[in-house]
Design a protein around this ligand. Structure first.
Ligand SMILES: [Zn+2]
Length: 118
């Protein structure tokens, strides 16, 4: 199954596209709002690649400027999140119900979601 062609991250829409990439599984073009993944990846690797690139988009959306640590942080979070989602299909099903259920009307949100302070 292919990933969706468009996703919303924060305040903008991003395209997801399969493309030949040299020496890379994926790429996040922050200026173009484009997430690329290379063909031929197994489903589990492709999941990790897409999550990895979405997290780069989240960094851009969240205006995180800690670029020196971005690659390391994104890699750690993508690996962990891919594992959690792959290991817990009930969790993924619950998330799907939550985002498609009566709690959200499906319309794009205006502006970034306010994050809770811990
Ligand atoms: Zn990366």
């Amino acid at each position: 199954m292919r990933p969706p062609k468009h996703i919303r991250v924060g305040y903008r829409n991003w395209r997801i596209k399969c493309a030949e990439l040299r020496d890379r599984y994926g790429e996040c073009d922050k200026e173009a709002g484009l997430i690329l993944y290379s063909p031929g990846q197994s489903p589990d690797v492709r999941l990790n690649t897409i999550i990895h690139e979405i997290l780069h988009a989240c960094f851009e959306s969240g205006h995180v400027v800690d670029s020196d640590d971005e690659e390391k942080t994104v890699t750690i979070l993508a690996n962990q999140l891919s594992d959690v989602l792959s290991s817990n299909p009930d969790l993924l099903q619950w998330i799907n119900v939550m985002v498609n259920g009566p709690y959200f009307d499906g319309s794009p949100r205006e502006g970034p979601v306010q994050s809770r302070k811990l």
